[in-house]
Design a protein around this ligand. Structure first.
Ligand SMILES: Cc1cc2nc3c(=O)[nH]c(=O)nc-3n(C[C@H](O)[C@H](O)[C@H](O)COP(=O)(O)OP(=O)(O)OC[C@H]3O[C@@H](n4cnc5c(N)ncnc54)[C@H](O)[C@@H]3O)c2cc1C
Length: 325
């Protein structure tokens, strides 16, 4: 009996292009998705974008590096449930023959990609920070203390991209074709969106802000955190971040946590106030362009990576800095 493996079927010569999932908020494509397009373009193949909101199709069609946009706008996709998106992506890959699916390493990307991997029987490559070739990628391991170069021999390569490692693609290209895509796999409706509770803020989004002011346990309490970190962040038009110790002590919401188990950021300016510089915190911010640290302990490890360090009591230094700015 002739046995043909599944991989043989899925690696046909017609598979040529890279599929990129663009997340959107209203009609705007998220900055992390624009960085993902940059990474996907470096794979060296034409890039097709898939979006799940019609409102974002105009902006998606102008993202430089994108040659076509697919819109899958069923109501089941409106809350980006991984249980709905995974079969959709599988359908698109099978119907249109893509070699790669690239998503941001966002909460949605991290949730959906392993499910697509299971459906296609391939192994995703997560948190890519460098594209070496169409099948070889660099990703951090051990909380960023080592870099692994990973080669995938899978017929369809799934990758999530760390947005902080790639500049966002610009949105100034002439419009490319936009097509509707209807999934053939019916929704199983086993997961239902109930509600979401979002912290709204006028500040830039932490994951993509160009300036971040972070507070640590040295702030001592929520009141001091708010009295010192917030005004400085306002002066700098910066996002607010925090160490895990600050979050665990209730100084601020856990969506502000920077580090191995929080957000990964790489802003132009990162100001760390009362943060010791534990490796788990550094894993989330050490790629920042300019790091400023204020700490009363001259031996604090944060000074090992700071470009500008101020050994001072934050209760005096921060109000003075804010006032002078
Ligand atoms: C599996 C795991 C995952 C983790 N993930 C993360 C993560 O994602 N993010 C993260 O941040 N941590 C993470 N941690 C925790 C991490 O190990 C540290 O405990 C944490 O980062 C410490 O936070 P901190 O620097 O605010 O507090 P501390 O280490 O207590 O440092 C406080 C600093 O404030 C300074 N200070 C105190 N008073 C003043 C003052 N008046 N003026 C100036 N400076 C002052 C002190 O000198 C000290 O350096 C993780 C740990 C584990 C085990």
């Amino acid at each position: 009996m002739l046995r043909v493996s599944k991989k043989f079927f899925s690696s046909t010569a017609s598979r040529l292009d890279t599929l990129v999932f663009l997340e959107s908020s209203g009609s705007k494509i998220t900055p992390a998705s624009l960085s993902t397009v940059t990474a996907a373009s470096q794979i060296g193949k034409p890039v097709t974008a898939v979006i799940t909101s019609k409102d974002a199709s105009e902006e998606a069609s102008k993202v430089s590096g994108v040659s076509k946009v697919l819109v899958a706008s069923g109501s089941q996709y409106s809350h980006s449930l991984a249980e709905e998106l995974a079969p959709l992506f599988k359908d698109i890959i099978n119907a249109q023959g893509f070699t790669h699916l690239v998503t941001p390493a966002s909460a949605v990307g991290k949730s959906v990609l392993p499910r697509v991997g299971a459906l296609l029987d391939v192994q995703p490559v997560s948190d890519v920070i460098k594209v070496v070739s169409d099948n070889t990628f660099v990703r951090p391991i051990y909380a960023g203390n080592a870099l692994a170069t990973v080669k995938s021999n899978d017929s369809v390569i799934l990758a999530s991209v760390r947005a902080s490692a790639f500049a966002p693609a610009t949105v100034d290209a002439s419009s490319v074709p936009v097509e509707e895509f209807s999934a053939t796999t019916p929704s199983e409706n086993r997961t239902e969106f109930v509600s979401e509770s979002l912290i709204t803020s006028e500040r830039p989004e932490l994951g993509s802000a160009s300036r971040v002011v972070s507070g640590g346990r040295g702030l001592k309490n929520k009141e001091t955190f708010e009295a010192l970190i917030e005004p400085l962040a306002s002066k700098l038009n910066a996002a607010v971040g925090a160490s895990r110790a600050a979050v665990d002590s209730g100084f601020c919401d856990n969506s502000l946590q920077v580090g191995q188990t929080g957000k990964i950021v790489a802003p132009e300016l990162y100001v760390a106030i009362g943060v010791s510089g534990a490796i788990q915190h550094l894993a989330g911010m050490k790629d920042s362009k300019t790091i400023v640290a204020i700490n009363k302990d001259p031996d604090a490890p944060i000074f090992n990576i700071a470009d500008i360090g101020l050994v001072a009591d934050l209760n005096e230094a921060v109000p003075e800095l804010t006032e002078k700015l």
